[in-house]
Design a protein around this ligand. Structure first.
Ligand code: AMP
Ligand code: GLY
Length: 423
């Protein structure tokens, strides 16, 4: 089987590594990929938003199965374009990817179907938002409606901050067109947990849980990023929490999408907050999390191709997902200054240390192969993942392995998985 993976980050590297383990796969292409993915796949210089070029490539190479890892092409309808040409593609169609593509859509869906989430209001004009905020309770959360690389969310402690936030999102359009519409939401407290799932339109299978660290600096300080590190499983995701979510969140979401005529096939990522009143949905994503995939997929025992094909074919009810009875921690090595401004192009040393190191993974995010060797090419550079018999061991292993590689402006959080100690 020939597989094409669309995307270029650490998530796509983790997906490629899983796909490479499938005995049915003989060839992997990745568009556009990165230097690490290039070690297990043939990278082709086609961007993830070049739908026609991707489709033509898949047809020309007789690709049997395409996996779309990233949100932008999913929300933009890449799956529809490829399917129209008779290709088999893993990922939601455009009318289902809206679950991630529009916060207003996902909030309205949850309200209509009684899925627990924060109370909210949607605004199409800044004036209406200012008026609402005059009498609102603080803190309050402002969210740009559309895709904003995980950055279109502002938590405002006072009315003044909230007014400034509306200006940023709706008037200054700092998050672009994503800010033409805005959701204002009740502020919730609690621990966050990420739950990924496979969905075939009607059946949902939950993967092992994970927790991300979204802020740039230790102690959850600094700006929101794409994610600075993860651990899996989350010790806070108890059987009681799971039972609640199975009953009130997971299947109800899949059923709601089907009832709306938008059957969802692919991965639904549930961003949950475990509030004192019980689990609530913070957000949905229509794809694997990054870097959640880097701790969840290495622990999955199933053949990923078999599971993904079952999602496409609507036969997921026949699949039982199995995960190793261990733990994994991923620490992101970033470029100093991420997520604002940073230098790139520095040679990365020590990558060979991971060859043959059982239970250790070096997933590439922003890297590039040059004549000088592999160099840094983005804000998030590498995801260093290690397994261990439990979370504490996995964390020790992961931090040890972060020392194996070096590059000029290497930056990491030192407290990934610190919450484990409180469990
Ligand atoms: P989102 O992209 O919607 O997941 O939001 C990004 C981050 O903002 C989340 O991971 C939370 O840490 C925080 N957040 C979002 N919505 C809320 C909320 N209603 N209450 C408290 N924190 C929130
Ligand atoms: N790690 C969060 C995300 O992928 O959106």
């Amino acid at each position: 089987m020939k597989v094409l993976i669309v995307g270029s980050g650490g998530r796509e590297h983790a997906i490629a590594a899983s796909v490479a383990k499938s005995p049915r796969v003989e060839k992997i292409y990745c568009a556009p990929g990165n230097a690490g993915i290039g070690q297990i796949a043939e990278c082709v210089p086609i961007g993830a938003m070049e739908f026609d070029a991707l489709t033509a490539f898949a047809k020309e190479k007789a690709v049997d199965f395409t996996i779309v890892g990233m949100d932008d092409p999913l929300v933009g309808g890449l799956v529809d374009v490829m399917e129209a040409q008779g290709l088999r593609v893993f990922g939601p169609r455009r009318n289902a990817a809206i679950l991630e593509g529009s916060k207003a859509f996902s909030k309205d869906l949850m309200k209509k179907y009684g899925i627990p989430t924060a109370a909210y209001e949607t605004f199409d004009s800044p004036q209406a938002a200012y008026e609402y905020l005059e009498t609102a309770r603080f803190p309050i959360v402002l969210k740009a409606d559309g895709l904003a690389l995980g950055k279109g969310v502002l938590i405002c402690r006072t009315k003044e901050e909230a007014f400034a936030g509306v200006k940023t999102i709706m008037e200054d359009k700092q998050f672009g067109a994503a800010g033409s519409r805005m959701v204002v939401e009740e502020f919730m407290t609690g621990r966050e947990v990420s739950v990924l799932s496979f969905v075939d339109g009607k059946t949902i299978r939950i993967m092992t849980s994970a927790q991300d660290h979204k802020r740039a600096m230790d102690g959850d300080q600094g700006l929101n990023t794409g994610g600075m590190g993860t651990f899996s499983p989350s010790p806070f995701y108890t059987p009681e929490v799971d039972a609640f979510c199975q009953k009130y969140i997971y299947q109800p979401t899949v059923d709601a999408m089907a009832a709306e005529g938008r059957p969802f096939k692919g991965v639904i990522f549930f961003g949950l907050m475990l509030t004192p009143e019980g689990p609530r949905v913070l957000e949905y994503n229509a794809r694997f999390g990054d870097p959640e995939a880097q701790v969840v997929l290495p622990r999955m025992k199933n053949d990923i191709i078999e599971v993904m094909e079952a999602c496409v074919d609507g036969t997921l009810d026949r699949i039982r997902l199995e995960f190793e009875d261990n733990a994994a921690v991923c620490v992101i090595l970033a470029s100093q200054g991420y997520p604002v401004s940073y230098e790139k192009g520095f040679v990365i040393q020590g990558l060979e240390r991971f060859e043959g190191a059982e239970g250790y993974y070096c997933f590439h995010a922003g890297t590039k192969q040059t004549e000088q060797g592999i160099v840094t090419n983005g804000g998030r550079v590498l995801g260093i993942t290690a397994k261990g018999k439990d979370l504490l061991t996995a964390r020790e292993n992961a931090y040890k392995a972060t020392e194996w590689v070096s590059f000029s402006n290497k930056y990491m959080r030192r407290d990934i998985g610190k919450a484990i100690e409180e469990a």
